[in-house]
Design a protein. Sequence first.
Length: 309
Amino acid sequence: LEHAMAGDEHGRRRLAEAAERKRRMEEVRSEKEEQEMEGGEAAGNPADEDEDMDPFMETREGVLEDDMTPAEIEAMRNDDRDPFEDMAEVEEIEPDIEVGEQAMQAAATASQRPAAADGERERERERAADDVIIAELFSPSRVGAMAERQGMTPNIAFDIKDGWDLMDRKQGMQAQRIIHDHRPRLVIGSPPCTKFSAWQHMRAARCTTQAAKEKYETEYAEAILQVHLCCTEYEKQIRRGEWFLHEHPYTASSWRLEKVQQLLRRNDVYFVKGSMCEYGMTAHDDVGEAKVRKDTGWMTNCRELAEAL
C-alpha cells in the first residue's frame, strides 16, 4: 500500500493483481458452494464439512500478498532472531524439553471432556480394519515404516520421492480425499523447511536482479503454501478428534506464519523443543563422525507425543 501511495507503478500493479485474484477466487468459491448445495439437495445429503477447506484455492503468486505484507516479508528475510523471542508462550516451554505447566493443565482439562467425546472415540475404534493409523505428508514412510515393524498397519505416506506431488492440484486433492476416507489416527507433517532458514533469507537479501528476486518469491510462496496444506489437514484432524504432529527446525521463520500461530494459540495444542542428537543424528567431516544438535520444534495436539518429544 505504501508503494502504491508513493506512485510506484509496480506496487499498484501488484495490488491490482492481488485484488483481481481474490475476486476470481470468491467467484469460484461461490459457484462451488452453489453446486454443492444443489448436489446436496438432489442427493438428500448435506455437503461434506471437509470440502469447504481447499488450500489449493490459494495461488503461488497470491500467497505472499494474502499472508504477509511486503514490509513483513522484507523484515522476515533480514530477521535472524529466535522466532519465539517475542511470544508470551515461550515462557510456558520448559528448557529441558518438557511440556509447559500451563499446557499440561490445559491437557488435563481437555481429558475431562463429556461422555460424548468418549462415545465418539468408541465409534472410531469400531471403524473398518483397513483404516490408516499413520499418514505422513511431505515425507517418505519413516515413522510409518517403524510402526509397521511393530505391527501397526496400514500406514500411508505422500512424498515426491514416492510420486506424490502435493503441489499439483489434482494429486493434492486426491491425497486429501484419501486422508478423508481413511481417517488416520495420526497425521505427521514435515513440509520442506529450506526457504524458512536464516541462510535463505540472507541469500534473498543478496538477490541483485529482478529475475532472481521473482524466482525467490515464487519459491518462498510455494513453501508457505506447503505449510498451509499441512495446517489444513491438522485442523481437520482436530475436528475429527484425532492427532497431528508437525515438525520444523526450531528457528525456522515458518513458526511465525499466521496459519501456524492460529494452531499454537489453541489450548489443546502443545509446542516443544527437542534436539536431533538425542535421536542419534550424526554428521561426517574430515575429522570423523559426531552428533548434530539441530534443535527442532514439534507442534502436536497429543499430550503423550509432546511429553515424549
